[in-house]
Design a protein around this ligand. Structure first.
Ligand code: ZN
Length: 156
């Protein structure tokens, strides 16, 4: 009796699993994106977006472009990013210390937003043109902001 109680649940789980898998391969091109489709939490994505009509052609184009973007350090975040729009999934490049130091010196240790002087360790590297507008992690696109100004800029 106890053993049979679980049969319907296992069947449900199997059918759910198949639904999720079907959704994944219907909406995303396994041939092209196999590398970044492996190991994703598809159940989570399906639960959130499974009932939406997705523009698969448009998404596919976006994914192809993103896969060639060297600013993205976490390729497995591309599909979650395309669905959610949340850049955190991509682990975008941050400025290395040598660039930050050079910019800090060039700015005479002054935060361009509030005009106050700060020690290096109290400032953060900020992309003047953000990644989503085509900004790259290069010295010309770096400004050093104090933590407070950088935090405020992040909220906007
Ligand atoms: Zn500031």
């Amino acid at each position: 009796m106890a053993a049979h109680q679980h049969d319907p649940n296992a069947n449900n789980l199997w059918s759910y699993f198949q639904t999720v898998l079907n959704w994944a391969i219907t909406n995303f091109d396994m041939k092209k994106f196999k590398k970044i489709m492996k190991g994703l939490d598809w159940a989570l994505l399906y639960d959130k977006y499974g009932s939406e009509t997705l523009n698969t052609e448009d998404m596919g184009k976006k994914i192809s472009i993103l896969m060639r973007d060297s600013e993205i350090q976490k390729q497995s975040g591309i599909i979650p990013y395309v669905l959610t729009g949340d850049e955190h999934y991509l682990d975008l490049r941050a400025f290395p210390d040598d660039i930050k130091l050079a910019v800090w010196e060039k700015q005479n240790h002054i935060c361009p937003h509030c005009g106050k002087e700060y020690d290096f360790e109290f400032m953060e590297g900020d992309h003047i043109t953000p990644w989503r507008e085509g900004g790259r992690t290069v010295v010309d696109n770096c400004q050093m902001l104090c933590r407070e100004c950088n935090r405020r800029k992040g909220i906007k």
